[in-house]
Design a binder for this molecule. Structure first.
Ligand code: BGP
Length: 474
């Protein structure tokens, strides 16, 4: 079984989870700079002003802002072909609507991109990975206001014009699909994506529908804009998807699993078929949500078709029409699959689910796919020899890669890369912890603020290096 020789091996990171330097070089505040740390048991809390004596994990991150050269050299040591980064909106436009872009922010990403290119690592750039300027939240009411679309497009135009010689693949948004008004699991993601506190939204269904619509529209408009600015560019959008299996063969479970699997697909449909789906408008109408697609918007949907789909895959879930009291709820709805092992954070480990998802997506859309996130968040112990022996991580990734290869080689899915999540330990998005580690590289940083931030390769580092060298044949 062989993958293409140009297969993009690498990893994915996001600015707010590792850069730190949250107020350096005229950076503004993003919503992720005002969300506190948390734990598995205690959720992160949302504040729109920085409070004294409160721990904000993004403020230091792992200090990538100052150590990126060392980190990129370590990625290059594994043979990375690509790295997905995000450009933090608040480094370029600190308040979101500033008259001029911040030269220091522009310069930082030039250096970062240059460093990647120097090591033959292709940068794949996400333009929105939860880094909404607080200024936009306060002054414009976030994505509820269509002016935010224009501000986003202005940011995109600045960034793409600046870096187009260095970046060929762009991602408009990360995981906007978690904002579906028909589910009740989006409190944290509502904050991360829109800066809006779920409990304080007055008209949940209407507002979430508008936010989701405006972000979708922003994405299609950005696709056209990027294509216009650089005809060579490839533009995609990344979705975090969780396939749902029926608990039994009872038709009601099967029907529910179908609905749960595709429940947040309307945005992907809009971005690949070139029109906002009628079924969603129908659904909204039945919910009493008012949404109108103007002629101008229709045109934007037609013109903004993505070139590739990015998939983030961590787990699957189970749909069950009648849930028993002792069933455990899964993160994105449904229940936890009792046949699967779970991570330290209770996420089910389901490598076959990756093959299922790849097939499902490819047959539905027939667009090239790139895995933009997949990985195991675990508690790592440093051994007496000073090294993390993370055979559990190797096992997890190996099993997922086996399924990915089957999807490509046996099933014919066009998947052109695998960018695992968090190649270096960084701050968890959902819990705000450092304890939840994904990396091939251990970072000496702990949730109580201790640690000297030194970097040490784990066993998985050498495994991934070999995997890349053999193009996944090991
Ligand atoms: C995805 C996000 C990432 C990342 C990942 C793992 O939803 O796109 O930013 O954080 O989840 O989640 P966590 O960090 O909470 O373990």
């Amino acid at each position: 079984m062989k993958l293409d020789k140009n297969f993009l091996w690498g990893g994915s990171i996001a600015a707010h989870q590792l850069e730190g330097a949250y107020n350096e070089d005229e950076k503004g505040l993003s919503v992720m700079d005002t969300v506190t740390g948390g734990t598995y048991e205690t959720p992160r809390t949302i504040t729109t002003e920085i409070q004294p004596d409160v721990f904000y994990p993004s403020h230091e991150g792992i200090d990538f802002y100052h150590r990126y050269k060392e980190d990129i050299a370590l990625f290059a040591g594994m043979g990375f072909k690509a790295l997905r980064i995000s450009i933090d909106w608040t480094r370029i436009y600190p308040n979101g609507d500033d008259e001029k872009p911040n030269e220091k922010g522009i310069a930082f990403y030039h250096s970062l991109l240059d460093e990647l290119i120097k090591h033959d690592i292709e940068p794949i750039v996400t333009l929105f990975h939860f880094e909404l300027p607080v200024g936009i939240l306060k002054k414009y009411n976030s994505w509820l206001n269509r002016e935010t679309i224009d501000l986003y497009l202005r940011f995109v135009e600045t960034v793409v014009s600046e870096y187009k010689g260095k970046v060929k693949r762009w991602v408009t948004f990360n995981e906007m699909n978690h904002l579906d008004p028909t589910t009740d699991v989006s409190a944290l993601f509502t904050y991360m994506l829109a800066g809006v506190e779920y409990s304080k939204i007055k008209n949940k269904e209407q507002d979430l529908a508008v936010i989701g619509y405006n972000m979708t529209l922003a994405s299609v408009k950005a696709v056209k804009l990027i294509h216009d600015l650089d005809i060579e560019s490839q533009v995609g959008c990344v979705f975090g998807l969780t396939p749902s299996y029926p608990k039994s063969c009872k038709p009601e479970d099967v029907m529910l699993s179908f609905k749960d699997t595709i429940r947040d697909f309307y945005q992907i449909d809009a971005m690949t078929y070139g029109k906002f789906p009628k079924y969603k408008l129908h659904e909204y109408e039945r919910m009493g949500v008012h949404l109108e697609v103007s002629k101008e918007d229709e045109q934007a949907f037609k013109e903004g078709i993505i070139d590739f789909i990015g998939l983030n895959y961590y787990m699957s879930q189970v749909s069950c029409a009648t849930v028993a009291d002792d069933e455990q709820a899964s993160l994105f709805g449904g229940i936890v699959n009792p046949y699967l092992e779970k991570s330290d954070w209770g996420w089910t480990v389901d490598p076959k689910g990756l093959r299922y998802l790849l097939n499902f997506m490819y047959r539905k859309y027939q667009k090239p796919i790139i895995i933009c996130e997949n990985g195991l968040g675990a508690v790592d112990e440093v051994g007496e020899d000073g090294i993390v022996h993370d055979d559990y991580r190797i096992d997890y990734l190996n099993k997922h890669l086996t399924q990915l290869k089957k999807a490509v080689v046996e099933d014919g899915v066009e998947c052109f890369g695998y960018l695992m999540w968090g190649p270096i330990d960084l701050v968890s998005a959902t819990t705000g912890e450092m304890k939840k580690r994904y990396g091939f590289i251990y970072v000496d940083k702990h949730d109580d603020g201790t640690g000297d931030l030194s970097r040490t390769p784990k066993d998985s580092y050498y495994w991934y290096k070999k995997t890349i060298a053999e193009n996944g044949e090991n």
